[in-house]
Design a protein around this ligand. Structure first.
Ligand code: SAH
Length: 352
């Protein structure tokens, strides 16, 4: 079944056959410029609004909405209309703009042990419409605070490049119809090489983020199991080609896990990989957030700072990701969609 945000403009034109030509523009603008539900697009005749509502229902049923104490992070829990699977979306407000972190699958099959989504397993892929709708519904909420969505990160539940076609459909819709520039669209991957290669051939130069977490195969095999299939050497070659073709910087994400991947040796190995790319990869450090199924804690603030300093001394640009929404389990790696994520575990970062 198709949902409201699945059909392309041409497909909507077919659905509107028999209507005056300008109805297509009215409906499309209502949906993607004003983020309205069909029933609220007042320049459409009532009968047509009702027909669209019933033929093309929205695909996300809102189950819960949680807001962080400072009000700047909102986490939505939805059930998919088709199959009732739970997924989550995170809306983050900044001074004058807002970012949406979208899910691309219900669950995830990559099985990274430190990630709550990975611990919960895979249900199904999301369609283009189900991905786009997460942005539209977030945009409606942001409009109430007079904020426009200008940045999308494909960093919610799921592995975007295991569902590349649907994700690319969403990228095009967000870019062309919602008007988000390619430099404000970031796809994060665990390192699915065929997916990165497909992305390299796509026309828009979106940002690529690779969840590295280890710079030697032996450790990465443990932390990110798909590394046994797509080892580091091949992954780096694929990133190099992406950089060359797209002229976009690549970011390496690195969840700092105390005593596991936060030693000076790790920093030196990581710097080696970064500097091997041209321009050098940027590093995004994320102190590990607590999840129920993983015993190890995040690195202390002192260790995070030392790791960052060492990378910088070695000539690598590294930033520490601002931790958002940990108390509502909305931070990186905590999206489990209704599974009981214990946010009572305090990591060492908070203890210091
Ligand atoms: N599957 C894709 C998209 C998810 S992005 C990917 O892995 O890139 C979510 C990011 O949060 C990834 O970089 C992931 O490795 C990281 N992450 C997962 N669990 C985490 C945790 N417990 N603490 C901090 N970051 C985590």
């Amino acid at each position: 079944m198709k949902s409201l945000y699945d059909p392309t403009r041409d497909e909507i034109a077919t659905i509107l056959e028999g209507e005056p030509k300008y109805r297509l523009d009215q409906l499309w603008t209502g949906l993607y410029t004003h983020f309205k539900r069909p029933i609220d697009i007042s320049n459409l005749p009532a009968a047509l609004r009702t027909r669209i509502e019933s033929e093309l229902p929205e695909s996300l049923i809102e189950i819960r909405r949680e807001t962080s104490e400072d009000g700047d992070t909102v986490k939505f829990l939805w059930h998919l209309l088709e199959g009732q699977h739970p997924i989550e979306t995170v809306l983050m407000y900044y001074d004058d703009r807002a970012t949406v972190c979208v899910s691309t699958q219900a669950g995830c099959a990559m099985a990274c042990g430190f990630c709550a989504t990975g611990q919960a397993g895979f249900n199904r892929h999301l369609s283009t419409g189900e991905i786009v709708e997460q942005v539209v519904r977030s945009a409606r909420e942001a409009a109430l605070r007079d904020r426009r969505i200008d940045n999308i990160v494909f960093m919610g539940m799921g592995e975007p490049l295991a569902n590349e076609e649907a994700v690319w459909g969403a990228v095009e819709r967000l870019h062309e119809d919602i008007g988000i520039s390619a430099r404000h669209l970031t796809i994060s991957t665990v390192g699915i090489i065929p997916g990165i290669k497909t992305l390299t051939k796509r026309p828009l130069p979106v940002n690529l983020a690779v969840s590295l977490h280890a710079a030697r195969n032996e450790l990465r095999n443990e932390l990110v199991p798909i590394n046994t299939r797509y080892p580091l050497e091949d992954l780096m070659d694929t990133c190099r080609t992406y950089l060359f073709e797209k002229r976009r910087r690549v970011t390496f994400e690195w969840a700092l896990i105390s005593g596991v991947n936060d030693t000076d040796r790790d920093a030196r190995e990581l710097a080696g990989l970064c500097l091997d790319l041209s321009p050098a990869a940027h590093v995004n450090l994320i102190p590990l957030n607590p999840t129920p199924g993983w015993p190890t804690v995040g690195s202390s603030p002192a260790r995070v700072a030392a790791f960052q300093r060492l990378l910088r001394d070695l000539g690598v640009n590294a930033t520490v990701r601002q931790n958002r929404g940990t108390e509502i389990a909305a931070a990186c790696g905590q999206l489990a969609a209704g599974q009981p994520v214990s946010v009572g575990i305090r990591n060492s970062r908070e203890r210091d």
